[in-house]
Design a protein around this ligand. Structure first.
Ligand SMILES: Cc1cc2nc3c(=O)[nH]c(=O)nc-3n(C[C@H](O)[C@H](O)[C@H](O)COP(=O)(O)OP(=O)(O)OC[C@H]3O[C@@H](n4cnc5c(N)ncnc54)[C@H](O)[C@@H]3O)c2cc1C
Length: 398
C-alpha cells in the first residue's frame, strides 16, 4: 500500500511556475499571503525555453513596481514603435507620439529568471520538477493539490484556493467538468516558422511585413541574437529547411525599393509554431481559478500571450488580497468576468493583426487587394495608427 501523503497547509496553491504562477506567488507574498507553487519542469528547462519577447508598459511596471527586478529596464530594449510593411514599403507606427507609451523587448525566459530569483530571495516555496500533479475537492472549502516532489515524496497541499496557471494544456482546466465550462476556439490555416539566429540586428524595431509570399516578422533579441518568423503551412517540417532556403524565404517577404537587406547568420533554432485562439469560460470553478494560458491562448501576432497572463494575475491578486484583508469575496466572484473583458479585447486585436497581415494561400485577388486596402487605411489614418498603438502597448488597467 502507498504511504500516506505528506500534508502541507497553505492559503493559495498554484499549479505552474510560468510567468502567471510565479508573478501571482510574488504578489501574494508581498501581502503576506502564504502560498506554494508546484511546477513540473526544472528551473533550467524553463530558463532555456525561448518564447515571448514583448512586454507591454503595464507588464514592465508590474515587474519593477512590485519589486521583482529592474532588469527589464536595465537589460531590456525600449521600443517606441513598430514598422508595418506592405508593398515593399515600411510605415512606422510611432507609439510614443500616438499614445505616449512604449513596449520593452525582454525575453520571457529572463522574466522567468527574475521572478524565480525574487521568490528565492523572499524564501518563497516553489517546488520545481514535481510529477503526477492532481487537483481535487475543488468545490469544497479545502481544495487540494497532490503531487510527487523531486525527492519522490507524495505531497498533498491543503489550500483555501487553487490557481491553475499551468499553461495551454492545463490539467486544472480539464478538472472542471465539461458541462460547466465553454470553450471558444478557432484554428488558423497557417503557422509561423520561427528561427533564432546569431546575427546583428536587421532593424532597430520590429517589422511586421505583409507580402504576396506571406507574412514575416523581423524581430530582435539582443545585440547578437535575433528572432524572426515567417508564415508557413502548419504541417511544414521545419528541420527539412536549409539555412539558405530559410534566409531566402525571409528576404523575399521584405524585399522592396528601399533595398532592406536582412543580416544573415547561423541559425541555432528552427521550429513551427501553430496558431490557435482559445478562451475557456468561466475562469472559475468552485475554489479553482484559471490564469494565463490555462484559461486562454492567442496567436502571437499581437504579442499578447505573456501580457495577458500577467494582466489576469493582477486582477486575481487584487481579488485574493481583498478577500484576505476584508473577508469580502466580491472581487473573487467578479474575477472571471473582469479578466475576460481584457482577454476578449486582446483576442480581437490578435485576430485582427493575424488576418490583416497574413495571406491565405488560396486567397483570391480580391482578398489580397482588400487586405492591402485595410493596411493602407490603418497607416494613412492617425486614428487607425492610434488604435494599433494603444492595443499593442496595452490598454490601461482599469
Ligand atoms: C513557442 C512559443 C512561442 C511564443 N511566442 C510568443 C510571443 O512571441 N509573444 C507572446 O505574447 N506570447 C508568445 N507565446 C505565448 C506565451 O509564451 C504564453 O502566453 C505565456 O507563457 C503564458 O504564461 P503562463 O504562465 O500562463 O503559461 P506557461 O508559461 O505555459 O507556464 C505554465 C507552467 O505550468 C507548468 N505546468 C503545466 N502542467 C503542469 C502540471 N500538471 N503540474 C505542474 N506544472 C505544470 C509548465 O511546465 C509551465 O512552466 C509563445 C508560446 C510558445 C509555446
Amino acid at each position: 500500500m502507498d504511504a500516506a501523503p505528506h500534508i502541507v497547509r497553505t492559503r493559495v496553491g498554484i499549479v505552474g511556475g510560468g510567468p502567471a504562477g510565479l508573478m501571482l506567488s510574488h504578489l501574494l507574498a508581498t501581502s503576506g499571503i502564504d502560498n506554494v507553487v508546484v511546477e513540473k519542469r526544472s528551473h533550467e528547462a524553463i530558463e532555456n525555453t525561448h518564447r515571448a519577447g514583448i512586454l507591454e508598459h503595464g507588464s514592465v511596471r508590474m515587474l519593477t513596481e512590485s519589486g521583482v527586478s529592474n532588469r527589464v529596464i536595465t537589460d531590456g530594449d525600449k521600443h517606441d514603435g513598430i514598422d508595418l510593411r506592405f508593398g515593399g514599403v515600411s510605415h512606422r507606427i510611432d507609439f510614443d507620439a500616438l499614445v505616449g507609451e512604449s513596449v520593452w523587448l525582454y525575453p520571457q525566459n529572463q522574466v522567468f529568471v527574475d521572478l524565480a530569483a525574487a521568490r528565492r530571495r523572499d524564501d518563497g516555496d516553489v517546488r520545481f520538477s514535481v510529477t503526477d500533479t492532481e487537483v481535487l475537492d475543488l468545490t469544497t472549502d479545502t481544495p487540494k493539490i497532490r503531487f510527487t516532489d523531486v525527492q519522490g515524496r507524495r505531497v498533498e497541499l491543503h489550500c483555501d484556493f487553487v490557481v491553475g496557471a499551468d499553461g495551454s494544456s492545463s490539467m486544472c482546466r480539464r478538472a472542471i467538468p465539461a458541462t460547466l465550462r465553454q470553450g471558444h476556439f478557432i484554428e488558423y490555416p497557417f503557422a509561423w516558422f520561427g528561427i533564432l539566429t546569431e546575427a546583428p540586428r536587421s532593424a532597430p524595431e520590429l517589422i511586421y511585413a505583409n507580402s504576396p509570399h506571406g507574412f514575416a516578422l523581423i524581430s530582435q533579441r539582443n545585440e547578437t541574437v535575433q528572432r524572426m518568423y515567417f508564415q508557413a503551412d502548419p504541417n511544414e517540417d521545419a528541420a527539412a529547411w536549409s539555412e539558405e532556403r530559410i534566409w531566402d524565404e525571409l528576404q523575399r517577404r521584405v524585399d522592396g525599393p528601399d533595398g532592406l537587406e536582412l543580416k544573415r547568420g547561423p541559425i541555432f533554432e528552427q521550429m513551427i509554431l501553430k496558431f490557435r485562439s482559445y478562451v475557456c469560460e468561466p475562469l472559475r470553478h468552485g475554489n479553482l481559478f484559471l490564469a494565463g494560458d490555462a484559461g486562454h491562448t492567442v496567436p502571437p501576432t499581437g504579442a499578447k500571450g505573456l501580457n495577458l497572463a500577467l494582466a489576469d494575475v493582477r486582477v486575481l491578486f487584487e481579488a485574493l488580497d481583498s478577500f484576505y484583508s476584508t473577508g469580502s469575496s466580491t472581487l473573487l466572484d467578479g474575477y472571471s468576468e473582469t479578466a475576460l473583458k481584457r482577454v476578449w479585447k486582446a483576442q480581437n486585436f490578435s485576430y485582427w493583426m493575424t488576418s490583416m497581415l497574413h495571406t491565405r494561400s488560396e486567397a483570391s485577388s480580391f482578398e489580397r487587394k482588400r487586405a492591402l486596402g485595410e493596411l493602407d487605411s490603418v497607416v494613412s489614418s492617425t486614428y487607425g495608427r492610434a488604435y494599433l498603438a494603444e492595443a499593442y502597448t496595452g490598454w490601461s488597467h482599469g
